[in-house]
Design a protein around this ligand. Structure first.
Ligand SMILES: [Fe+2]
Length: 399
């Protein structure tokens, strides 16, 4: 065989393997997109679980199916055959699945060059190993046991951080000097028994130290309804420090969410779901609305023409961003996406239940209106976190 023929054969072999790899990676990305988008919609939990199981099967089985379709005979992709020599179905399937590699490449570039900085932006932070602080290593069930042995799992850590936001609103009165409001934001507590109740008591102790003007919780309180009384008991002391406002999330929607709401309200927390509340804080009028869309409650009210110095929307899902803009809110605070929970080196977060995929997984998005803060949240139904510690955030909002 001549040297050039050997070279051509090596190039063909490489191209075939690359098509195969692109198809496998693109197929995984396609299913991740389906899972992310579907979890942003008001779809019944059992259907979401079914889709997740399909994802769990389709990702590892696709390479085997492709191998079965394409074979290993002379002229197949893995033996140096061209894609255009393959059967019509193999060509179609390889092209369709490989296409999704493009979205993955764009997503990785976005993460590396823009989003990573936004996700990590904070003025000060302190990371606690709460298991060591509380000497409590409670876990519940198989997910809890798996979480406890997962290498590098951060589910028992807590990042207490400070983030600064500057907001210019059209309603600001020229004669007023700038003011700074301290909003304590946390979300997605997901009481499941893993971590134990001591973890949440530690979180509340840290929250009490922050000298906040306003405390907000943006949904997903329990994943074991029998823990609701304990969850309410643990959060109740915060109501003695500052006004405590909340909306519920899609995990609360799976249970008797009006019962969850009622118990929180009876403990002194105030629900702003589908409404807005005007509070006088530091001599300024602050209007706080709430959205539990697309799962529960009515739309929050239009606030563009309101008599207030600052308007804030609590929305469990960051997907309400464009709606918040239309309604005239200056600042939106969200959770739901958990920062992706697992952040892979180079690639970044993968799973994020949002119509925007991982683009709004977590962080401070200041160069837009409304300014958006998406917290990584505190807990998770599946308590696995990697490069994505739980967080409790004090937002210093200047306006
Ligand atoms: Fe959540």
């Amino acid at each position: 065989m001549s040297e050039s023929a050997a070279g051509n054969e090596a190039v063909s072999l490489l191209a075939g393997w690359m098509w195969f790899a692109a198809s496998v990676i693109g197929n995984a990305e396609f299913w991740v997109i389906l899972v992310n988008r579907s979890h942003a919609l008001p779809i019944a939990h059992r259907r979401l679980k079914l889709l997740r199981r399909l994802h769990d099967l389709a990702v590892p089985l696709w390479p085997l199916l492709l191998l079965w379709l394409n074979g290993l005979q002379q002229g197949s992709l893995l033996r140096g055959g061209s894609l255009w020599q393959q059967s019509l179905w193999t060509r179609r399937l390889v092209l369709f699945t490989s296409f999704w590699c493009l979205t993955l490449i764009l997503q990785v570039l976005h993460w590396q060059f823009r989003q990573k900085r936004q996700a990590r932006e904070c003025t000060a932070s302190r990371l606690y190993d709460v298991k060591a602080e509380t000497k409590d290593s409670a876990v519940a069930g198989v997910p809890g046991l798996l979480a406890a042995v997962w290498p590098g799992n951060q589910y028992c850590q807590l990042d207490v951080n400070l983030k600064q936001i500057a907001i210019r609103t059209s309603r600001q009165r020229a004669e007023q000097p700038p003011q700074t409001l301290r909003i304590l934001h946390f979300s997605d507590l997901h009481f499941t028994g893993t971590p134990g109740l001591s973890y949440y008591e530690f979180l509340v102790q840290q929250a009490e130290l922050q000298a906040a003007d306003l405390i907000v919780f943006t949904g997903d309180l329990v994943d074991k309804p029998e823990l609701l009384p304990e969850a309410v008991r643990i959060l109740q002391p915060l109501t003695r420090i500052a006004p405590c406002l909340f909306v519920l999330g899609n995990h609360d929607w799976r249970y008797d969410y009006e019962q969850i709401r009622q118990q929180l309200v009876e403990s002194g927390w105030r629900s702003v779901a589908g409404t807005a509340m005007l509070l006088r804080i530091r001599d300024r009028m602050v209007l706080i609305g709430g959205s539990e869309r697309p799962w529960m409650s009515d739309e929050p009210p239009q606030v563009r023409e309101s008599f207030s110095d600052l308007t804030v929307l609590l929305s469990h899902s960051p997907d309400q961003l464009r709606r918040a803009e239309q309604l005239g809110y200056d600042l939106m605070l969200s959770g739901h996406t958990h920062g992706g929970q697992v952040i892979l080196p180079l690639i970044g977060p993968v799973f994020s239940p949002s119509r925007y995929g991982v683009a709004l997984a977590a962080g401070l998005f200041q160069q837009q209106s409304p300014v958006l803060h998406v917290t990584r949240g505190v807990g998770a139904k599946d308590p696995v976190r990697w490069n994505c510690s739980p967080e409790l955030t004090l937002l210093e909002v200047s306006f």
